[in-house]
Structure formats: C-alpha cells, structure tokens
Design a protein around this ligand. Sequence first.
Ligand code: GTP
Ligand code: MG
Length: 205
Amino acid sequence: MQTYNFLIVGDECTGKTSLIRRMSDGTFIKTYQPTRSWDFTPLTFNTNNGLITMNFFEQNECLLNYQMPIIHGVIILFDLTDKYSYRSVPTWYQRCKVYTNNIVLCGNKCDIPDRKVKARNIHFHRKYNINYFDVSARSNYNFEKPYLVLLKNLLGENTTFEEKIVEIEIALCAERPKGVPEVNTENFFLEHASQFKLHFLKNLR
Ligand SMILES: Nc1nc2c(ncn2[C@@H]2O[C@H](COP(=O)(O)OP(=O)(O)OP(=O)(O)O)[C@@H](O)[C@H]2O)c(=O)[nH]1
Ligand SMILES: [Mg+2]
C-alpha cells in the first residue's frame, strides 16, 4: 500500500476536523471541539492505482510550530460564512507552498444559506492556478473532490476512486452504516458513497 502525507490548513473553526472526520468514519459533529494537538488521521482509498493511504495532518494557528514530515499535498480550507477566513487564504498559501505545489482550495459550509463569501469573490485559486471547490462536511457536498484532485496531481490525471466498490459494499454489508436508512436511490448513493466505501474497506482489513 502506498502512503502519502497531507496537510489540511485554515483558520480556526473552518471545519478541518469535520471534513477529515466525515471521510474517516462518516460522522459529523455539530459541537465545536478545537484541535490543539498535532496528530494525523489516515484515510485509505481504493483507487485504480491500488489502495492508497492519505495521512492527514491538521494545522491551525495553534499548531504552526511542529516538525513537518514530507508533505505531498495540502487542502486550504476557509469558511464560506466567515469573510476573515477567506482573507487568511494567502497567508496559508505562503506557509504551505514551501512544502509542495500540490494545493487545493475549498470553501466549507456551503450548506448554510447565509453565505458571506460569494462565488464571484472567490478568485485566489485563479491567480495561482489551483483547484477550488465549494464543499460541506455537513451535507457531504463535494467532499470527495479535494482528495481526488490531490491524488490526481500526485499520481496522474487518470486516477479515479473505484466506484464499483460502492455496489460491492451494498451486497456484502451485513449492517448498514449508522444513520443510513434502508433506501436505494441514485441520490442516496451519491450522498453516502464514501461511507459505503469506507465501511467496505474496514470489512476488508
Ligand atoms: N453547517 C456546517 N457546519 C460545519 C461544517 N463543517 C464544520 N462545521 C461546524 O463548524 C465548527 C468547527 O468545525 P471543526 O471541524 O472543529 O473546525 P476546525 O477547522 O477543525 O477548527 P480548529 O480545530 O479550531 O482549527 C463545528 O461546530 C462544526 O460542526 C459544515 O460543512 N457545515
Ligand atoms: Mg480541528
């Protein structure tokens, strides 16, 4: 299995832990618990290049002074409901580009209707030619996209997640992931695809 190290950075409360946790165990926690310890979460993906583990280290202002491993990619996260967090993006970019050019920008919490950073005002990524996505750790919107882009930049544009695994999982899964109702529509698959994949991967181990 190939293993790479990644950073997720951004101002406090932008949703870094939530985005990683969503991918890690499929849960979303409404209560804010600030991250104050330097740690990483391993995320394993089944791709057309085989099983790949992305170790995600979270960094915020309180966690700047830690020894970095080799970093293969970075997600810079800001909060679409907090203009200040978007204004911090250039600072985060400067801090991260010393590690790698493989950087993706995401605006989180797009599920909240009262958005403060409008799409027309998000232009930082164009200046540096990096990808940008609106995401939501809460509703799952686009939440796989930054991971896939980082892997494509690292391993090649033809890299994909193995979609078939979603169907295989349905057949093999004895127990549905927590909170997942017994329905089977296309939208439902799209929304919960990662949970099924992860559940399947856990069964494989
Ligand atoms: N509505 C909504 N709330 C979110 C979303 N993502 C995170 N939150 C909430 O935002 C708050 C902060 O989330 P965290 O994931 O702890 O933020 P963080 O960036 O890790 O914060 P620090 O560890 O302090 O740097 C929590 O109350 C989350 O429930 C989202 O996509 N939508
Ligand atoms: Mg955190």
